[in-house]
Design a protein around this ligand. Structure first.
Ligand code: ARG
Length: 257
């Protein structure tokens, strides 16, 4: 019996040590710089911001982060994973920062630190011709949104809104609208514009439900990295790099003003 309890104590100590060892601190700027590689995560399913083209990760945010990495003299190593697990992975130190169109919200600010916004946008109501185009018109209507997003949070606040259906990926929420399984989809206004264009008359964009400033996220308290990211973004915005990438994807400069 005595031996058993001693064994238990040893096991407990080992578990504690393992936990401590795996909950390492986020890498500081000095550590990242020394390693020569910065680790970035995104979803890879949110066109035109981050998406897979075959095996190639691309999009506005991917090109932008690659440009920032280049400016900082670092190799960029990408991780692609589901949207709703990106900030969790950040807090587990699985990568240095996340760029995945996160709107800056008070709720998220409790969990992570945000950079200066890398673009400004809004959540738009998108529907089929004859469908709801305003917040008021959403009363009693079914709406598709991606889970874990500001779209979900804001659609829930619409007075009298009907069924709110959540999807793991934004593209699946769009598909539900196109298949006629919901009355509207709420998503990014630029994504909506692309959808309207691609669907030629079968989809229309209504009002903005809300506006948001979207930013990169670092682990809470990683001030040294945050400072470098903000400086790199400011530099890209000043030297034409940002404008070139933005124009390529949107035909306009999407920075916050
Ligand atoms: N901007 C919205 C938000 O902050 C949606 C972001 C979705 N991003 C993505 N990679 N699917 O929640």
């Amino acid at each position: 019996e005595l031996q058993r309890s001693a064994m238990k104590k040893v096991l407990l100590a080992l578990t504690t040590l393992t936990l401590l060892a795996t909950s390492a601190e986020a890498r500081t700027w000095a550590e990242i710089k020394k390693s020569g590689t910065i680790k970035v995560a995104t979803e890879g399913a949110f066109p035109p911001f981050n998406l897979m083209k075959g095996k190639q990760l691309t999009g506005f945010e991917v090109d932008l982060a690659n440009a920032l990495g280049k400016q900082l003299g670092l190799k960029v190593e990408w991780t692609v994973q589901p949207f709703d697990s990106l900030l969790i992975g950040l807090n587990q130190d699985r990568y240095d920062f996340v760029i995945a169109s996160h709107g800056i919200t008070p709720e998220r600010q409790k969990a992570v630190d945000f950079s200066d916004p890398h673009y400004c946008t809004g959540g738009a109501i998108v529907t089929r011709p004859g469908g709801p185009l305003t917040a008021k018109a959403l009363a009693g209507k079914s709406v598709a949104v991606q889970v874990g997003t500001t779209y979900l949070e804001n659609v829930r606040k619409v007075p009298g809104v009907g069924d709110v259906k959540t999807f793991p990926r934004d593209v699946d929420a769009q598909a539900a609208l196109m298949a006629g399984r919901v009355d509207a989809w709420v998503g990014d206004r630029f994504t909506g514009l692309d959808l309207v264009k691609a669907q030629k008359g079968k989809i229309v964009q209504g009002d903005l439900l809300f506006r948001e400033r979207n930013a990169m996220a670092v682990k809470k308290g990683n001030v040294t990295l945050l400072k470098e990211l903000n400086a790199a973004l400011a530099k890209a915005q000043a030297n034409g790099t940002y404008a070139r990438i933005s124009n390529q994807y949107f035909g306009q400069d999407v920075r916050c003003r």
